[in-house]
Structures are given as C-alpha cells and as structure tokens.
Design a protein around this ligand. Structure first.
Ligand code: GDP
Length: 460
C-alpha cells in the first residue's frame, strides 16, 4: 500500500505546449510547500486561503521569477483526493512547467506515480474502484457515447447497482443467520421456496448486468467489423474510404487482398475496428485460399459483418453462396457501385435470406456515398447498448468478480435444491458477497489496486 503521509506532485495537463498547464500537489505538505514558493500579488498567501479559493501571484525561486500563475487551494476532505490539494495554473510551455515542477519537488514533496491522485481518492473513500476505473475510461474515451457512459459510471452507476445486489445478499444472509442462531425463538421459518425465488431473481439481475460487458468492450475497442465480399466488389475501396488512407491494395485483378488488414475507424459516433479480408470465393490459388479461410473464420468472431456486393453486375451463384455463409442478424448487406447502372436490388433476393439481415444499404465506395451505411451502423450499435444509468461492467477485472459472484449464487441454489442444510447455502452466499465487495473495491487486495491504477497516466 502507498505511503499516504507523503505529499505528491505532477503535471496534470497533457504533455506538449498549450496556453495553460496545471501542476497538482496533494498531501499534508501541499499548502505549506505552495506557501514557500508562491508570492501573492492579488489574494492571500496559500496558508491563509480557504478551500475553493484562488490567488494570483508569482512562483519565485530565489531572485528569479519563474512564472505568474493562478493558485487554487482545496482543503481536506473537500478535494479530488480527499487531502489538501493545491493546483498551480501557469503558462503552458513545456520547459517552464518542468522547471516549476522541479522547484515544487523537495524533501517533503515527491513526484506522483501514474494514477496516484486517483488512487488516493479511492483509498480515502472519495471513489469506489469502479468509479476510479471509469475515470481512466473517461480519459481514454474516443467517442461521445464512451464519454457519456464513463461519466455515468464515474458518478457511481455500477457501484449503486452492485450495492443493490450486496444489499439483497446481506438481507438473505441475515435472515438465515437469525434463524440458525436463535432456533428456540419464535421466528418465522425461512422457506426454501421463498429463498429459491429470491436467489433466482438475484441471479437474473446479475446476469443481466454481466451482459453489459459486451457493450463496454464495444465502447472501449469499437465494434469488431469485417468487410467481406467477392473479389472486385469494392471491399478495399470501402475499407480505404472509411479508414481515410491507402492501406489495402485496390486493383482490378481479382484476389489481390491476400491477408487481413486492420484499422480503427470512426463512422458517425461509432468506432469500428475494421478488417478488410481476402475475397470470399472458390479459389485454387493456395496463398489466396489461406486468406479466404481466415476471412471465413473472422466472420464467426466479428460483432458486425459488412458484406459488399457489386450492384452494377448480375447477381451470381457466387453471390448467392456468400449470402448463405453469412450470419445475417450480424450482417449489413451492402449494394456497392450505385454510381453505375444498377442491375438488381436486395428486395428481389428475399427468398435467399435465411434470417433477417441487420440492414440492407446502398453505397458508392468510390464516390464516398455512405450515408445509408452510417445510419445502419448507428442503429446496429445502439441496439446493443444498455441504459448507462443501470451501470456497466467495463473491464475484465469487474467481469471476473461478477462471474465469481454468479457462480457462488448458483452453488447456493444447487445446495438448496439438493436439500442441504442452510449452512451450505450461507457459505456460498458469503463467497458471492465477497466477490461483489472486491468488484467495488470495498474488499480488495493491494495487488488489485496496483493493477487498476497502473492503467492511469501520471498526473491523474
Ligand atoms: P475488392 O477486390 O473487393 O477489394 O475490390 P476493389 O476495392 O479493389 O475494387 C475493385 C474495382 O472496383 C476497382 O477498380 C475500384 O475502383 C472499383 N470500385 C470500387 N467501388 C466502386 C464504386 O462505388 N463505383 C465504381 N464505379 N467503381 C468502384
């Protein structure tokens, strides 16, 4: 565990040159140190300042004035970390800010480690572990949706949801304990039927939350998307147009995309992790065959398949075969080359559909006409979303804890259904409760805390 008695400092704003940069100092010596290095021009000296107030003045090292700045004081416990905090907003040049930081650091103030400010906030009870993780997600969020989710989670949505489960478990555990501990009292018996019902309902809600993990992954990484289609349908052209660069080889010679190229691209507000695969068609070329097999395998793992068809050419047997291989519910069927004369439409092909496709759209990859595709992708992504207020399982650690809790409740149910004594049920429910406390960080090992905060940048 970190030594919380020392005072830490770091640059809180991103590296590089900007208009303003912020140095944050947190700990019991923060205000004293600020007082030593800062001379107010307007306002009070740090030691005399109330929390949530600021002063304008100089950072002065001996005779040298390093910079003029605004200094803000936050007094414990009303700060981000829960400790005394000082923030120095100075001019943003990299050299200058480094020089001021070096001056701030002294016997009693050391450089903060990655994530240490947020770690202190967690250790001081300002944030749950799930909230702290959401802070990291907020920093790395790459879309509006991701920001919205991370913000709701930082405000404690997941913590509240897990606390609901913990509360329910505690209720069940205490009714079992009371009944076991005071057998002679005239207490109402805990009926196995009611207990079973309660546990099943708890399982249902926990499993529902577990499903949100999938959406969390999509927000973090983007929808794993593959582009498939016959050679020359326009897959590489579409890939390049979406990625905005010439990564795939575009030629008129069939079968020139030999391997899978991957790129993270934005389409509207949705992030796609986009793979362009070798064309799916029968081939005798051995190298090409490897590419085709890879692309069929990637269809199985993809969240979304963009299947490109050349609408300017006759719909062929090959097209029909491809259609049969696609998991249509996860597939957007794309009619490409609509800038040319169209020879068929998807509405004529419905007898070939084994399932309802996610959408059918028309584009011209070459002319950059994708508005129908953009809309269809947005609808597809939103169908997988769960309401942010219900909380979300945002990473592997959280998923692991929730899965342990679910497994333990299942064990309790098995024990109950097998007619074991309530003691066996209690043991399993204790384990479930423990897993949930680990999820929120209320009962967690130092190692887990270290791992969580290692994801952060210095200064947060
Ligand atoms: P791939 O084999 O499926 O990757 O196909 P390519 O992207 O290499 O495209 C094959 C040919 O079709 C190239 O000559 C492209 O310029 C052309 N092409 C692709 N998209 C369009 C389109 O929307 N309209 C027209 N007219 N030609 C296209």
């Amino acid at each position: 565990m970190i030594d919380q008695t020392d005072t830490i400092a770091a640059i809180a704003t991103p590296h590089g040159t900007g208009g303003v940069a912020v140095i944050r100092i947190s700990g019991q010596n923060a205000i004293v140190r600020a007082n030593e290095i800062f001379s107010p021009i307007r306002g009070k000296s740090p030691i005399a300042m109330d929390g949530y107030t600021c002063s304008y003045g100089y950072i002065q090292q001996g005779q040298e004035i390093l910079d003029d700045c605004i200094l803000t004081v936050f007094r414990s416990p009303y700060s981000y970390t829960g400790e005394d905090v000082v923030e120095i907003s100075c001019h943003g040049g990299r050299y200058l800010i480094q020089k001021i930081l070096r001056y701030v650091l002294c016997e009693t103030v050391r450089l903060a480690q990655a994530g240490e400010f947020t770690k202190r906030a967690f250790l001081n009870g300002k944030l749950s572990l799930t909230q702290a993780e959401a802070v990291a997600d907020l920093i790395s969020a790459s879309s509006e949706n991701a920001v919205r989710y991370a913000r709701t989670l930082r405000d404690g949505a997941t913590f509240r949801k897990i606390s609901e489960f913990s509360g329910k478990l505690l209720e069940i555990l205490s009714s079992l304990a009371v009944w076991a501990d005071y057998p002679d009292e005239d207490l109402p018996e805990v009926s196995p039927e009611v207990l079973e019902q309660d546990l099943k309902s708890l399982m249902f809600h926990m499993e529902h939350l577990l499903q949100s993990y999938d959406y969390g992954r999509i927000l973090r990484e983007g929808l794993h998307t593959v582009i498939v289609g016959k050679p020359n349908a326009g897959k590489s052209t579409l890939f390049n147009a979406l990625a905005g660069c010439e990564r795939s080889i575009v030629t008129d010679i069939a079968g020139t995309t030999r391997d899978i190229v991957e790129e993270q691209v934005r389409l509207g507000d949705v992030t796609l992790r986009l793979s362009d695969t070798a064309g799916v068609h029968e081939t005798s070329d051995q190298i090409e065959q490897i590419g085709v097999e890879k692309s069929l395998a990637s269809i199985q793992q993809a969240d979304l398949i963009l299947a490109v068809f050349d609408q300017s050419k006759k719909f062929s047997e090959n097209d029909k075969n491809l259609l049969k291989k696609l998991p249509l519910a996860r597939t957007i069927l794309i009619g490409n080359k609509i800038d040319q004369r169209i020879s068929w439409s998807f509405s004529q092909l419905q007898e070939n559909f084994s399932d309802l496709p996610a959408a059918c759209v028309r584009i011209s990859a070459k002319c950059g006409q994708f508005s129908e595709l953009e809309q269809a992708v947005a609808v597809f992504a939103s169908r997988r979303a769960s309401p942010a207020e219900d909380g979300m399982i945002a990473n592997e650690r959280q998923r692991d804890c929730l899965q342990q809790a679910i497994a333990a409740v299942q064990e309790a149910l098995n024990a109950l259904q097998a007619g074991y004594a309530y003691d066996a049920v209690t043991v399993s429910l204790d384990a479930a409760s423990d897993a949930l406390l680990q999820l929120t960080g209320e009962r967690v090992t130092d190692k887990v805390v270290e791992t969580v905060f290692a994801r952060f940048c210095v200064g947060k």
